[in-house]
Structure formats: structure tokens, C-alpha cells
Design a protein around this ligand. Structure first.
Ligand code: G6P
Ligand code: MG
Length: 208
């Protein structure tokens, strides 16, 4: 049985994936290449610097580390402009209800996200108090598919990873959850999330 639930944020709790994509897309445009939504799938769940490396590889662009830092900053500046205007209506269907339902059942809840903007987003959406622990991109050093974020999250809840269920929309995140020893529920398409124990379309399916 599930004693702890660990939620990815982008694409699971809130529909921010489109803003990440828009900001990466403008960067690619400035660099002079096309960046598609199919390309973007490879960036989901991956940290900012790792995402940038994949993007530059797709564009065949060679850069110095200093230039990459500047590009990552630029991308984040545009992204932060979008998320400063986030509305609670952009919380994904069923997400808030499901968190409340789990709390009522006594299940401990953690966030396990690669984002350095996580605290800002949870505040902005007014759902920060629904989490017992927040492990985000400011606290981990290894990007998904490394299991670090989920190991830290289960430890923060005082639970073994095997007592926790991870909710993920990204292939890298599903892989990270399985590597941590958690059960994983994939949210999205079974073709992308085949490594999950179960795949659903959205958290609204779990609200009872
Ligand atoms: C999540 C998203 C990624 C994003 C990463 C870092 O995992 O799925 O698309 O690159 O977080 O987010 P940040 O807000 O720190 O740039
Ligand atoms: Mg995600």
C-alpha cells in the first residue's frame, strides 16, 4: 500500500510544459534552428542545463560553458515571465482534489521536481501547504533519470522508496522513479511512458 506519494510538478500538477517549450523555442529561433514539440519531449523532466545541452545538440550548435550559462539565463527569464502570470486554473484537472484526497487518507505527500522555480510556482498556485516536503532543483545535483530526487523525497517523508508511489509525465522521470525503487504511475501516453507500472491520462482518473 502507498504510504507516500511523490509528485513531479511540470506536466503532472500544473500545465507549465507549454511555457518551457515556448521559451526553448524562442532560444532556438534566435540561434537559427527549428525546435519542434517532438524534440521537446526529450527535455521533459530534465534539468535546465541538461535540457540546454540536448537543445544545442539538436541544433548542432557548439558553445562555451560561459555562453551556455548566458543562454540558460535568457531561457529562464522568458519562462519566468510566463509563470509570473500562472493562474490556479492552470492546475491540471483533478490534481488539487487528488492531493487533498491523499492527505485525508493520511498519505504523506512530497514534490519531486527538477525545477528551480518550483517554490515560486506552488506559491503562485496556492497549493504549497498541500506538500509535506518539497525536493526540487535547488536541492538535487543529479538530473533525472538519476534517482536522487526521489530518494531524497522519500527520505524527507521518513519513508522507504518502496512505500512510495511516484507520479510522472516524463520518460526520464519514470526511469528515475523505478531506479529509486518506487512504484511509478505514468501520466500521459503509454508509448512514451512504457517503463511505468501503470499509465493514466490524468490525475482526475484517480479522484474518487
Ligand atoms: C522540469 C521540466 C523541465 C525543466 C526542468 C527544470 O523537470 O519538465 O522541462 O527543464 O524542470 O526547470 P527550471 O524551472 O529549473 O528551469
Ligand atoms: Mg514533468
Amino acid at each position: 500500500t502507498m504510504r507516500g506519494a511523490i509528485f513531479d510538478m511540470d506536466g503532472v500538477i500544473v500545465d507549465t510544459a507549454k511555457y518551457h517549450y515556448l521559451a526553448w523555442h524562442s532560444l532556438a529561433e534566435r540561434l537559427g534552428f527549428e525546435f519542434t514539440e517532438a524534440d521537446n519531449e526529450r527535455l521533459k523532466g530534465v534539468s535546465r542545463v541538461e535540457s540546454l545541452k540536448i537543445l544545442l545538440e539538436i541544433g548542432g550548435v557548439e558553445t562555451s560553458e560561459a555562453e551556455r550559462l548566458r543562454m540558460a539565463k535568457e531561457k529562464n527569464k522568458e519562462y519566468v515571465e510566463y509563470i509570473s502570470r500562472l493562474e490556479p486554473s492552470e492546475i491540471l484537472p483533478g490534481a488539487k482534489k487528488y492531493l487533498q484526497q491523499l492527505r485525508q487518507q493520511g498519505v504523506k505527500i512530497a514534490l519531486g521536481s527538477a525545477s528551480k522555480n518550483a517554490a515560486f510556482i506552488l506559491d503562485r498556485l496556492g497549493i504549497a501547504e498541500l506538500f509535506d516536503a518539497v525536493i526540487d532543483g535547488t536541492k538535487v545535483t543529479k538530473a533525472k533519470p538519476d534517482p536522487e530526487v526521489f530518494l531524497e523525497a522519500s527520505a524527507a517523508l521518513g519513508l522507504a522508496p518502496t512505500d512510495c508511489v511516484v507520479f510522472e509525465d516524463a520518460a526520464a522521470g519514470v526511469e528515475a522513479g523505478k531506479a529509486a525503487g518506487c512504484s511509478v504511475i505514468g501520466i500521459g501516453s503509454p508509448e512514451v511512458l512504457f517503463a511505468a507500472d501503470r499509465v493514466i491520462r490524468g490525475l482526475d482518473e484517480l479522484v474518487g
